[in-house]
Design a protein around this ligand. Structure first.
Ligand code: NI
Length: 151
């Protein structure tokens, strides 16, 4: 039987980062999403980037490992564009938690060392483990950016 301790730990840490973000959003004032963010537009645009990216990282893992069961992100890009309030965004992120678990059900620890080109640049080679670590750090980096805005 294949071990899943390491993959489980990565998914747990990713979830910890997302739960931290949700707890922050819980305290956001109503106008938070309209605040400007350098190089992004608004906080809303940044949220779309965070959630859209996380779907892309997990879908990359599934695609590269050729996992057969069909698991799709819970929200399309268009649906993300229609989210209005911080509460809408919290709900969207809460939907992504079970998605991340389902998306990695077929991944075992032996898969973590397999390497493939990144979806954004064929010449950047990532191991599955690195891509999931990147997913975790990506959330934290943007959490840090939001904290810098006083949110
Ligand atoms: Ni980013």
């Amino acid at each position: 039987m294949s071990e899943r301790n390491a993959i489980q730990a990565l998914v747990d840490e990713h979830e910890r980062a997302l739960r931290h973000l949700m707890a922050m959003m819980n305290r956001w004032p109503g106008d938070a999403l309209d605040r400007p963010v350098k190089d992004f537009g608004t906080v809303r645009d940044l949220m779309i980037h965070i959630v859209d990216s996380l779907f892309a990282y997990f879908q990359w893992v599934r695609e590269k490992l050729e996992l057969e069961e069909n698991v799709s992100p819970p929200l399309t890009r268009e649906a993300l564009n229609r989210l209005h309030s911080p509460a809408d965004w919290e709900r969207a992120i809460s939907l992504s938690l079970p998605y991340c678990r389902e998306a990695t059900v077929g991944v075992c620890d032996d898969d973590l060392g397999k390497a493939f080109p990144a979806s954004w640049n064929e010449r950047e080679i990532y191991m599955v483990e690195q891509m999931l670590e990147h997913a975790i750090v990506h959330v934290w980096r943007h959490v840090r950016q939001l904290e810098g805005l006083g949110l």
